[in-house]
Design a protein around this ligand. Structure first.
Ligand SMILES: NC(=O)c1ccc[n+]([C@@H]2O[C@H](COP(=O)([O-])OP(=O)(O)OC[C@H]3O[C@@H](n4cnc5c(N)ncnc54)[C@H](O)[C@@H]3O)[C@@H](O)[C@H]2O)c1
Length: 290
């Protein structure tokens, strides 16, 4: 099993650039790779294959419990522990990352989320408020803390790019998505607000990628995911976007090709968010009615 995993890691790494090394010379920090299912894991590998030099980061406990250390070791990517809710740890991360990469940071991926209410199957009208506050702190305020710390320490280069991952339940009622809907709404608002400030100050872009449901550790804490994954795939004209689609979208946003795109939510969801009815869905309902 272990050997198989290693081969998988190497196979991914050897995948050649499909975008002409568009991140060549750029330095990045990737928050949130836990294991090989993580969206951040796929983004990290795609950044490397497009020529970037990156630092991986996650919490001490995620580094111990997950397999991020294998990713780091297999590809020689520095791994620095950091709790994204703690500004002093974020500041230390930036200092160390700049030393290791040899200069200011050009791009950052925020792929950080956790809801204990969701994990413990607490319904939205029976949440624990201390868990709720943790959800907001980890999944939304952490983006503010990363950006505020970056501004104060001048960690990001002129024209840099920051991308955070979200889900469309930020703007629509989605049964079962719980307090994470509120966290995602806040996350998207922080991206717009900080994008406005950081853009004027230093040309730094801040965008959101709103991704299809994808089977990952965070994704699986929502008990309806499996059913919803199939429903979403069925409804989306292009089908669900997978982790590699997410990675390609992030890389495009990190690159200079998207230099005038900021404060946006980009939907990497196969068209799901713009679709209400399909012929297949009508057919399904007709069958139920008959
Ligand atoms: N999987 C999906 O269906 C889906 C869909 C849309 C958006 N997203 C978003 O993508 C992002 C990545 O999630 P994922 O699905 O890859 O799951 P994941 O569980 O692999 O990633 C979540 C990460 O957050 C990290 N994290 C939690 N608390 C932290 C803290 N205090 N400091 C630093 N890191 C912390 C975890 O260790 C983990 O690595 C999340 O923001 C998630 O909401 C996921």
């Amino acid at each position: 099993m272990y050997v198989k995993k290693k081969l998988y890691l190497c196979a991914r790494f050897e995948k050649r650039s499909i975008m002409g090394n568009i991140l060549k010379g750029k330095r990045g920090i990737i928050f949130g790779a836990l294991d090989e299912r993580s969206l951040a894991w796929h983004v990290a590998l795609r950044c490397v294959s497009e020529g970037a030099r990156i630092v991986l980061t996650n919490t001490e406990s995620a580094i111990t419990l997950g397999t991020i250390a294998e990713l780091s070791e297999a590809h020689g990517l520095p791994l620095i522990a950091c709790d994204a809710t703690k500004p002093e740890e974020i500041s230390a991360l930036f200092t160390r990352a700049k030393e290791l990469l040899g200069g200011q940071i050009d791009f950052i991926l925020h792929a950080v989320a956790q809801s204990t209410n969701l994990r413990r199957h607490r319904s939205y009208d029976d949440v624990s408020y201390s868990y709720f506050q943790q959800t907001l702190d980890v999944s939304a305020l952490s983006l503010h803390k990363i950006l505020q710390t970056a501004m104060k320490t001048d960690a990001i280069s002129e024209g840099g790019s920051v991308v955070a991952l979200s889900y469309i339940a930020s703007e629509r009622y989605f049964y079962g998505y719980n307090d994470m809907s509120d966290a995602k709404a806040m996350l998207e608002s922080i991206a717009r607000q900080m994008g406005g400030l950081y853009g004027r100050k230093k040309g730094v872009r801040v965008n959101i990628v709103s991704q299809s449901p994808t089977p990952t550790k965070a994704g699986s804490s929502w008990k309806e995911l499996e059913f919803f994954y199939r429903y979403s795939d069925h409804l989306s004209p292009l089908g669900n976007a997978d982790a590699d689609d997410c990675a390609d979208t992030c890389v495009a946003l990190f690159s200079d090709l998207m230099r005038k795109v900021t404060m946006q939510t980009i939907y990497c969801d196969g068209g799901f968010g713009r679709t209400i009815l399909t012929p297949e869905l009508m057919e399904d309902y007709r069958r139920i009615e008959n």
